[in-house]
Design a protein around this ligand. Structure first.
Ligand SMILES: [Mg+2]
Length: 219
């Protein structure tokens, strides 16, 4: 038995302690890193829409296919404590676990595979590369690169209810209208405007597991 049929998980600053785009920007020197980190913080706290921020950050960083493979490793090195066992137990209990992320598919999919989430459970943004693996462009039609995109993706999936969304950012809270509850994940970053929108505050994957599989009464 579980309290939720479906759990939608964020990746950056939730399943892993890093922000992928900030990590990539760190390889471009302090100027680019500073600009990208500022844009990320603005967007995740809800002070700027993700739309413009998304394109601006990627244009500053232009990651290669090789760098996205390195980022996949960095995600794993910074995996949230207890995330792998929590995902495994939820899946074992019959919960549908999906990752919905504005992160880049070629970096998040290999990371999530190590957490036991198959590719069809991964919703992310695709990047196009040139013949030498150099960055060309991102999929500008991807709903996950724009405001409200996580909600659009969640709506398109015909999910079994009740649905719990878990994440640290404002883009995760935006799923709330089409979910039954939103748990803000504060294990890495605590963003007060997001906490204010949450039904639950969870600071670890042990908390997530208790919320989903435990005896506590759900809201
Ligand atoms: Mg996040």
């Amino acid at each position: 038995m579980s309290n939720y049929s479906t759990v939608l998980l964020d990746v950056d600053s939730t399943l892993s302690g890093i922000e992928g785009i900030d990590w990539l920007a760190g390889r471009r020197g302090p100027d680019v890193a500073g600009q990208v980190a500022r844009l990320t913080a603005e967007a995740m706290a809800g002070r700027q829409l993700i739309n413009g921020v998304y394109a601006a950050r990627l244009e500053l960083v232009r990651p290669s296919v090789a760098e996205l493979a390195l980022l996949a490793e960095a995600y794993w090195e910074n995996v949230a404590s207890g995330a792998a066992s929590a995902v495994a137990r939820m899946v074992q209990a019959g919960v549908r676990v999906e990752a919905i992320t504005s992160g880049l598919h070629d970096a998040v999919a290999p990371f999530l595979a190590r957490l036991g989430l198959r590719e069809e459970r991964v919703h992310a943004v695709r990047v196009r590369f040139g013949s030498k693996g150099e960055y060309r462009s991102f999929d500008t039609a991807a709903p996950l690169a724009v405001h409200g995109g996580k909600r659009t993706v969640a709506e398109s999936m015909s999910l079994g209810s009740p649905v719990l969304a878990v994440g640290d950012g404002i883009t995760d809270a935006e799923i709330r209208p089409v979910a039954d509850a939103f748990a803000v994940f504060t294990g890495f970053v605590r963003r007060e405007p997001v906490v204010a929108l949450a039904d639950f505050v969870v600071s670890s994957f042990a908390d997530v597991e208790r919320l989903v599989l435990g005896d506590e009464v759900r809201s």
